[in-house]
Design a protein. Structure first.
Length: 376
């Protein structure tokens, strides 16, 4: 059992000092993400029981085989890019091909990125496809050409995406909110489109957002986003759990490169986002997800051996015990427990995120989970 802090990311869409309760520092700059894992893009530093850095990294002790998940705290002041994450085979082949000299750097690693966002505060997102009737109504009200609107109606997403990015006037971005209202969308959705226009008045990727479904999450609620699902988180603070990958293929709302062909290739119409209307304490277990999450508010829970486990303290205090000893977590620190470590027990008074890997041990977790009693 080791203790880590998050590796901070200062992406420009972050909230000024938004992660201070967990980063432990005010920087006066955007604090967008804290990473808890071994991904080389943001390896987590180890800390001692007093919270002081030991000078080592979690990655000095474990590799991605042992730590297959990346957990993040995320604070979004404005919309993140419209993006899609590649499924496993595409990530593998794309990464391999890109090793050739002179290739475009599209992929960050050879791994699938499948993710889930658990709202810690009210959180808004675009995720998955909006109904084609509604999407067509917004785009028609925007004055988008009949040809592109017809492609949307026929769910020909590749043609629609290319048409919106290449053949539509960016001047239409200024009328997104008006068009959403004309199409009869609720006020919070109209406001979300006004936000997109405000922050990305010249970014053609904004014209893709009418194709995306709008979600509003209350604290404790979650959305699972399998690889292949287009999405753009709009605003809020949340916990993100994902496979240990940084493969993001962007379509718009970003200053970073967009890769339209690769993003279209990564889209998978057979999967959709799963909204989980959970409350603190419920087990969050999306169908086919490589992880389960429980936001434990108070009380105790046994966390069995046999799967990778990470316990991140969000607020209050928590004590984690195993036969090897006991540690006390402070907000923003996490106990990392490998699959080979023994059973652990957590006692929380506040809010602790308990994240467990299921990919290799799914049967094991199924066996031990008592559905009727909602406990192990
Ligand atoms: Zn994403």
């Amino acid at each position: 059992m080791l203790i880590v802090r998050g590796a901070i990311k200062d992406y420009d869409w972050g909230v000024i000092d938004g992660l201070q309760p967990w980063s432990g520092q005010a920087t006066g700059a955007p604090q967008a993400e804290l990473w808890f894992g071994v991904h080389p893009g943001g390896p987590s530093p180890l800390v001692d029981t007093g919270g002081e850095p030991t000078g080592e990294l979690l990655a000095d002790h474990f590799d991605i085989e042992a730590i297959p998940l990346l957990v993040k705290l995320l604070a979004a002041a404005r919309p993140l890019s419209v993006q899609v994450h590649p499924p496993r085979l595409l990530a593998e082949s794309g990464w391999r091909q890109q090793q050739a000299p002179g290739s475009l750097a599209v992929y960050s690693d050879p791994f699938e990125k499948t993710e889930m966002l658990v709202a810690l505060q009210d959180f808004e997102a675009f995720a998955g496809w909006r109904s084609e009737v509604e999407a067509a109504a917004i785009l028609s009200a925007l004055g988008i050409s009949d040809q592109i609107v017809a492609a949307v109606r026929m769910r020909d997403r590749a043609t629609a995406i290319r048409g919106l990015l290449e053949a539509s006037s960016p001047a239409r971005i200024g009328r997104l909110a008006e068009a959403a209202e004309a199409a009869g969308l609720a006020p919070e959705q109209v406001a979300a489109y006004a936000t997109v226009t405000e922050h990305y008045p010249d970014d053609r990727g904004a014209l893709l957002t009418p194709m995306l479904a709008y979600l509003s999450l209350q604290p404790g609620e979650a959305v699972y986003v399998p690889a292949g699902v287009p999405h753009s988180y709009i605003r809020g603070i949340g916990l993100e759990v994902m496979t240990s990958s940084d493969n993001v293929i962007r379509l718009g709302l970003t200053g970073k490169p967009v890769f339209v062909d690769q993003a279209i290739a990564a889209l998978d119409d057979k999967v959709a986002p799963q909204m989980m209307a959970t409350r603190h304490g419920d087990l969050i277990w999306p169908v086919n997800a490589p992880f389960v999450v429980r936001m434990l508010q108070s009380g105790g829970e046994r966390i069995p051996s046999g799967a990778y486990r990470i316990l991140l303290l969000i607020e209050g205090s928590a004590r984690v015990e195993s036969e090897f000893g006991e540690i006390v977590l402070r907000p923003g620190t996490a106990a990392v427990i490998s699959a080979d470590d023994p059973d652990s027990f957590v006692a929380a008074d506040g809010l602790v995120a308990i994240v467990q890997s299921t990919s290799r041990q799914v049967e094991f977790v199924h066996e031990r989970w008592d559905v009727a009693r909602n406990e192990y």
